[in-house]
Design a protein around this ligand. Sequence first.
Ligand SMILES: Nc1ncnc2c1ncn2[C@@H]1O[C@H](COP(=O)(O)OP(=O)(O)OP(=O)(O)O)[C@@H](O)[C@H]1O
Length: 612
Amino acid sequence: MDSQTSQASQAPRSPRSPHTFQVDLRGLVDLLSHHLYSSPKVYLRELLQNAVDAITARRTAEPDAPARVRLSAQGGTLRVEDTGVGLTEADVHDLLATIGRSSKRAEGLQEARSDFLGQFGIGLLACFVVAERIRVVSRSARTPGAAPVEWTASDDGSYTVRTLPDAERPEPGTTVHLVARAGAAEWLTPERVEALARDFGSLLPYDVRVGDEPVTDLPAPWDRPYPGPAARRVALARHCHDLFGFTPLDTIDLSVPLAGIRGVAYVLPSAVSPAQRAGHRVHLKGMLLTERAEQLLPDWAFFVRCVLDTDSLRPTASREALYEDETLAAVREALGERIRAWLTGLAAGDPERLAAFLAVHHLGVKSLARHDREMLRTMLPWLPFETTDGRLSLEEFAQRHPVVHFTRTVEEYRQVAPIASAQGIGVINGGYTYDSELVAALPSVRPGTVVAELDAETVTAHLDAVDPAEELALSGFLAAARARLDPLGCDVVLRAFHPLSVPALHLDDRDARHEQARADAEAQADDLWAGILGSLRGSAPRARLVLNHLNPLVRRISSLHDPELIGTATESLYGQALLMAQRPLRPADSALLNRAFIGLLEWATHSEDGQA
Ligand SMILES: Nc1ncnc2c1ncn2[C@@H]1O[C@H](COP(=O)(O)OP(=O)(O)OP(=O)(O)O)[C@@H](O)[C@H]1O
């Protein structure tokens, strides 16, 4: 990109002579703006960051050096002035004009390096996303005799350097001037610059102003002194509202001294999907790194949004995400620990607030409790489950029932719950997210608890058999009913059970449903595929229509003699049982329902037709 580079590329070459890479600056800027940075606004973060780093570098040698950054925007131009370490002419060639070169990761600077925000040597390029020209005027603090220097770079990749008279810049430091590129002036308006500077720089350790307006606002809201806990809670709730747009259910203090982390987690006031990752605001040594950090907390902690400042986490080159390393993993664990401690604290001392929290976020806590026995034990009395005794905690349920029966799916629960509870069997609906896992884990934290899955087999076994003589008397009816439902893969059995009002139950379990799906596919498949599916046919249990011998309607139907009418009535009972179980209807089921409905209508209107 400079004259030296282009000369090197034009020198006569032998086949093995080395060549020098050339950089297409416009291509590079395009790459940054479209693929590395999420928005042009990051240009201001890079400028602030360079100014802050320059002041930090100067203060390592001169602790009392002034620490000021001043920004002023006007008519499509921006000026950023700092009292930092400054640059000599040689520095300008070496650092500003060499892409990828950074003074902040030179050998020997290991210790100081951790004080800097930058390290990649590409930050200044971000300015070209909004500016067509960058002018830097600088004077070195390290080489006081060196003249001020001016570097002017244009987005076509060319730059000029010249020294200036002393009077042009008497004090050490650097001023960067930007001139907006066509279509990007909106990024350089005074209002935009002030808003961006506040967003990125409010926690910076130095005095940053836009015009006369201070940008920095220290200490951070979570570190400020307040008259009391209530005042603090109110102030932080307002802070959350300003930052994230919601008033939190509660605020959790986050502090991980080893990783230099201070901040807060705000508890969301409404439920969110566990799959939805909340973005967290992460500051690095005061500078806002990202407002969408995702890997900061364990997956289960999706019910909070954090804002924190750290001095140990590493940014990626875009500086908008955190570098996944051991430190981040340790921080994630430590922050998860803090949130867990807040939860156990509530369980021990503030049940009302815990109940309010769980009413909204029980899913998050259940997700955590699956893998965390301690959390499961703590939350046992609090986490709500749907059961045949109403909404109860596992602890309450286990105290009432010697065997903790549960179903794995909501459908199974709907099928068996009313019947099981009428027989005195308590059942937990394990069909909701995480619930069956938690029920299954119950014995590990509550020794002696017996947990059993409730399937169709168990339910049928709990229903009273009908007197053999009576059943024999009904064998003709049962044979006709079975013949009608056989093509649907369903058996018919007779039992006596409560509640009386339920005429029939459709029971199947996962094996039966699987077998049913296989049989359906086989019926629709071509020969080869049907052969393969046929060979898979197992001895899996079939679905069952359990007729209730205690139900008056079933009694009347079972005393019918007309096989056609028995068939239609059986189909109607089957369809009604399916609907009660809220099972999705297959095409064959819908056809059956239709047929049964019309059949009954015809039968009901038949005698009037005859009279007419
Ligand atoms: N305001 C400034 N005062 C002094 N030196 C500066 C200033 N701005 C840039 N520099 C010098 O120019 C170098 C390159 O800056 P650039 O912003 O491109 O990268 P960086 O800050 O080193 O790293 P990163 O890409 O991570 O931001 C810096 O390392 C620094 O030495």
